[in-house]
Design a protein around this ligand. Structure first.
Ligand code: ADP
Ligand code: MG
Length: 264
């Protein structure tokens, strides 16, 4: 059975794309077959997996509007994951899809054609709650919410959870909210833990284990188009490997490993 996980938060810069790329690469390292979907017109996931969005002729946009078969658009990557790439064309998909009936189901329908080839599909949602994110949430079995552990991290979480509830009521009753992934976490300060405990109390959301520490290597990697998981070892990559292992164990029937905020 294929597991489809959406990575969503309408706030930008919370490490959705980094989480998608890193968990995907970590799973692929363990011979899990992984498809990652770039749903952001900015194409950051596409770029970080070594493909220049400006040089790509067919993208997820063409798939969503029914102009291309998904199998003809997929790209291989050096990280071992298969990529459904995005280009700036996707910025126009919103308007094109809005006019169609069943517009929330376009990605789900396309993924159904190739799902049997993959154990895991990861969907990197854009920083908005528009029709693209609705497509991501409608196509997914589960959703995680990366949260940057800073003041006001919770702003917008309520709105996102309302969107998830609406999707559960209307297009995808089986969608499951797994919890938050704490990103850019600084274990040395109590501030990160305070923010996390505030958000998880307020919204009753578990925090997946482990939190992902802030690591300078990550910023370097996303700027160069090279995966954070390749090259030198760093604590961010180690944390993402552990997160990927915990997700896999959960998919194989174990309880989901969660982070106890009082720890340390
Ligand atoms: P989003 O997809 O939510 O907009 P990104 O994954 O693009 O967020 O991350 C935003 C920025 O934060 C990027 O420059 C990325 O390299 C950086 N970043 C992500 N995770 C970390 C981390 N653990 N440590 C340091 N920088 C990070
Ligand atoms: Mg992103």
């Amino acid at each position: 059975m294929t597991r489809t996980l959406a990575i969503a938060n309408q706030k930008g810069g919370v490490a959705k794309t980094t989480t998608t790329a890193s968990v995907g690469a970590a799973l692929a390292d363990q011979d899990v077959s992984v498809l990652v979907v770039d749903l952001d017109p900015q194409g950051c996931l596409t770029f970080s997996l070594g493909h220049d969005p400006d040089q790509i002729s067919k993208s997820v946009h063409d798939v969503l509007i029914g102009a291309e078969e998904i199998a003809d658009v997929l790209l291989d990557t050096d990280d071992g994951v298969t990529l459904l790439p995005a280009t700036i064309d996707l910025a126009g998909a919103e308007a094109l899809l809005l006019m169609r009936p069943g517009r929330e189901y376009a990605l789900k329908r396309a993924l159904a054609e190739v799902a049997q080839d993959y154990d895991v599909v990861l969907i990197d949602c854009p920083p908005s709650l528009g029709v693209l994110t609705l497509n991501g949430l409608t196509a997914a079995d589960e959703v995680v919410v990366p949260l940057q552990c800073e003041t006001l991290a919770h702003r917008g979480v309520g709105q996102l959870l309302r969107t998830v509830t609406e999707v559960q009521q209307i297009t995808n009753p089986n969608l499951k909210m797994l919890g938050t992934v704490a990103t850019l976490f600084d274990a040395r300060t109590t501030h990160s833990r305070d923010v996390l405990s505030d958000v998880s109390d307020r919204y009753e959301m578990p925090v997946l284990n482990p939190p992902i520490p802030r690591t300078v290597r990550f910023a370097e990697a996303s700027a160069s188009g090279a995966s954070v998981m390749r090259g030198r070892k760093n604590k961010g990559a180690t944390a993402y490997r552990e997160l990927a292992d915990n997700l896999r164990a959960y998919w194989n029937g174990s309880d989901l490993a969660t982070y106890e905020i009082g720890e340390q």
